[in-house]
Ligand binder design. Sequence first.
Ligand SMILES: NC(=O)c1ccc[n+]([C@@H]2O[C@H](COP(=O)([O-])OP(=O)(O)OC[C@H]3O[C@@H](n4cnc5c(N)ncnc54)[C@H](OP(=O)(O)O)[C@@H]3O)[C@@H](O)[C@H]2O)c1
Length: 277
Amino acid sequence: MPQPRSPVPDFLYGTAWKEDRTPALTELALRMGFRGIDTANQRRHYFEEGVGQGLAAAYRTGLVTRDDLFLQTKFTYQPGQDHRLPYDPAASLSVQVAQSMASSLDHLATSYVDSYVLHGPSSNHDWTDADNEVWEAMQKERDAGRARFLGVSNVSLPHLQQMATARADLPAFVQNRCYARLGWDRAVRLFCRERNIIYQGFSLLTANQEVLRHPLIARLAASANATPAQIVFSFARTVGILPLTGTSEGEHMQQDLASRDLTLPLDAIHTTESLAG
Ligand SMILES: NC(=O)c1ccc[n+]([C@@H]2O[C@H](COP(=O)([O-])OP(=O)(O)OC[C@H]3O[C@@H](n4cnc5c(N)ncnc54)[C@H](OP(=O)(O)O)[C@@H]3O)[C@@H](O)[C@H]2O)c1
């Protein structure tokens, strides 16, 4: 049976570190207008079951249906987890991926996720055999219809280059922490742009406090009648970054979404891109 295809939204709501507030904040984010939700089957930082509860509440009130949403979750290796594992650690990595996916679908009460992301490669330096095994297992999940797209997170340019050498099947998404001092992850973004990979940026605000305080950003914010945070999100989108926000405030949710209506002058975009690196 063909599956409904919600488009990739232009803003993702991140559900990390919300613990007991996860259901209410997920529902609030949907009420405010977010249609893309990012989570992970990693209880240490995310409460994926709570995301499912928030979705269920939104479905009950008729706010949205599953087809309206873009749901993204992740497979996390054991070293990134605490004792609350979504798989048998004694099982092979392929089986761990299948078990983690089954648990995610159960948490989110759905038959498929829109995006399934490898939370981080097994080594900070190289794309390893373990990553190949996990990636193949993730491809099986996708081919079985349980994930529409695949992604990788916390990757360097060498990871992606090695991945390209090892596997023809590149991810649809890269999700990285986006530091302005690294040219907003310039090298990885360029790799993604050349291969039609959508680059998702997180910690756009928390990793770039010096940008938020910069006089140029203050001037841009004043002339656009916007906040520095909105300028950063608007800038990000203009240079092709699909932004995530992890705000816990309804007002900030509104402001973050409203940043989509801002248009920044071209010279300001160029200056911001090399503001810190
Ligand atoms: N793949 C990974 O390894 C990974 C790692 C980290 C995060 N993520 C994902 O990315 C999501 C977002 O994480 P993040 O690090 O970008 O965000 P975050 O750490 O959750 O925090 C965003 C911060 O920005 C503030 N903020 C948001 N909008 C604002 C606004 N309009 N004005 C002023 N302050 C604002 C928030 O404060 P208020 O709450 O007061 O608004 C909060 O302090 C996570 O929830 C998770 O889904 C993924």
